[in-house]
Every structure is written in C-alpha cells, then in structure tokens.
Design a protein around this ligand. Sequence first.
Ligand code: MLT
Length: 409
Amino acid sequence: MIRINENYQKLRSSYLFSTISKKVAEFQKANPRKEIVRLGIGDVTLPLPKVCIAAMHKAVDEMADAKTFRGYGPEQGYDFLREAIARVDFKARGADIAADEIFVSDGAKCDTGNIQELFSHDITIAIPDPVYPVYVDTNVMAGRSPGFSGGRYDGFVYLPSTEANGFVPEFPKGTVDLIYLCFPNNPTGATITREQLAAWVDYARTNKALILYDAAYVAFIRDQSLPQSIYEIDGAREVAIEFRSYSKTAGFTGTRCAYTVVPKTCMAYDAKGAAHPLNAMWNRRHTTKFNGVSYPVQRAAEAVYTDEGQQQIRDLNDYYLENARMIREGMAALKLPCVGGDNSPYIWVKTGADSWQFFDMLLSKAGVVCTPGSGFGSCGEGYIRLSAFNSHENVRKAIERFGVAVRGM
Ligand code: MLT
C-alpha cells in the first residue's frame, strides 16, 4: 500500500499566496466588472532590463547554431555568472566570497525550502514571527513539527518581530541550532543594522549554530550604512548561508534565476561532534537533484553585472521604491502606522483589525489585494502587507480607494 508523508496532514490546507489568489479569483468571478489592483504577492510588473533582454536574445541565437549550441551546463552555474556574482555582489563590498562558493539556481524560494534537507531532524529551529511561510512549511513537511496549535506550529522556537523590537527579532532564550533571518525583511520591510547582524553572527559562533540569511530584497537598500550581505560581517563565513534572487533585483520572477552562497568554511556537525563542510553537502544535493538554470537565463543574469546593468536595475527598483513612498504617504494620511518601504518593496501597515477580515473588506470595498499579516505568523495579526510592485497609476488608484474604504469603516 502506497502511504503518504503524514507530515503533509499537519500543514494548513493551502500555501498563503495560493489561498489569496483563490480568494481573488472567486471575487473576480463574482464581480467581473470590478477592476482589481494587486498589492498582494510581490510580483514584478515592469519588463526585464534592456541589457538582460539583449543578452538573452544573443544567447538564444547561440543555441540556434551547432557551433555555439550548449546542452547541459554545470549544475552549479556557468563560471561567467558565478565569477561576476563573486566580483560585484561580494568582493566589491569587502565580502570574501569565491565563485566556487556560489550555486546558481532557479529561485530563492526553492533554495530556502530545500536547504533544510542538509540538517538533522532533531535540531532546534528559530523562526522569526512574522516570517516568509516557506521556511516554516518546508520544515513541517520534513517532519520537524508535531502539529499546529494555538495559531502556530509546535516544535519551533518563534522569535517575535514586533513594534517593540523594531521588527528585528531578539535572541532566543535557550540555544537554537538553525536560525532563519531575512533582511530587508519579508513581510515587514524592516532592515537590520551592521551591529545587530554582527550580534547574530556572534550568537551563531558561540552556539555552533547556523544562520540562513535570505537577502532576496537587497537591491532595494538605499541606506549605505546597512549591510547588504551577511559576509560583510567578520566571522560570518563560518556560520552563515546566504540566499539571493534576481526575481526582485532584476524583475526575473517569471524568468527564474537565483543563487545560494555556501562558504567552504561553513560547517555543521555530526552526532559525534565532527565538523562537515556544508558546501560539499549542498554541492552533492544540487548535482543530484538539479540540472542547472538555462543558458540564456544565466547570460541575462550575467548582464546585470555590467555598468549598464547595474544602472538599469537601480532605475527599475527606484520605480518600485517611489510606489513604496506613495503608499507610506497614503498610510500616514490615514493615520495608519507603518514600517518598511524605504529600503524595501514591502510596507507593513498596522490596521489594528483582524487581518483576514481587513483583507476581505479591502478586496470587496476597494478592489485592492493586500496580504493579511497573520498569514505570516501570529505576530502579524492586526497588520497587512502592501507590496510596491505595480505601476504608479495603479498604486495611486489603490491608495485612493483604500482611503475611501477605510474612512467608511
Ligand atoms: C512574496 O510576496 O512574499 C514573495 O513574492 C513570494 C515569493 O517570492 O515567493
């Protein structure tokens, strides 16, 4: 008899963004004439940067000619891309990362979800609350939670990220083995200072713990005093894995390209306390389960690292940051406190209302889609997340309709 992985029974019925898109589709079906503005899932709306398109076209032409055609590429990514990443994203910022510590993949969602396979089942995992749901759900699927109770999965150490701590989680009371951090944060849009991040690196070094650092939104940082990579912090090479993505950086949500950095000095331990390099383990996993990102897409990602490419992605993300600024201004006019949106495409708005009820109200009265804060964890109750990924015109429309709906509450 074929049997299921019963850990799936412990999951709440559907993934957050699938639930939202189902609700929006139902609403649209019932109200076909209503124009909906989507500030829910962080999906980009602007076309790819011109340099990426040109590089992709050229690569497609190479695939059309037997002399330049390429079949399977290296699972870890082509050297041309890994070297450009190491040079521009890390070495130029004083972070000592080499090309062979970089694994190119099809998404940070997949990598942050898959990485937990490398670790023992009985580790203690610290997860911020609110949090990107992939970190939690993938550990539940893997059997690291006995079940769901009181609005949370059991078996994890939750680190509340609240107004009181500036949305940067405090250290756990006991010791933990694996820590998920994401900055600029999804969903709150909060950032972490160099000193705060250094304290987390110290914590991990002291406790032989590992930090999984999700930096998918790094391209939105405009405050130059903020760290862009955890490897800008001394000692992080021993205790941190970092995830990056071109989805938001260069508008690749539909194109798919990302990378994960696993320094060769980053270790995890067996039951006898012997150290094992995670780079070799991730390489084993990656080469077994993944066959690489397509050549034209990697050429498009490489183009991001030219001078022109750097300027074009800056302009692209400045466009969304202007939306974020407008949203913040709109929320301030409504006297709704919010964070994020200055070094991040997300704005975390305190409505004080039940977040799913607020979601329903906003959709039905204003035709605006947000993400309910409680979907990211119980500390998100009373909040909603607004995404700045849309056109200026739609964002203006959404703010206006949001105001009318909230004033009429
Ligand atoms: C989000 O809206 O949180 C993200 O777009 C989801 C993702 O990147 O998978």
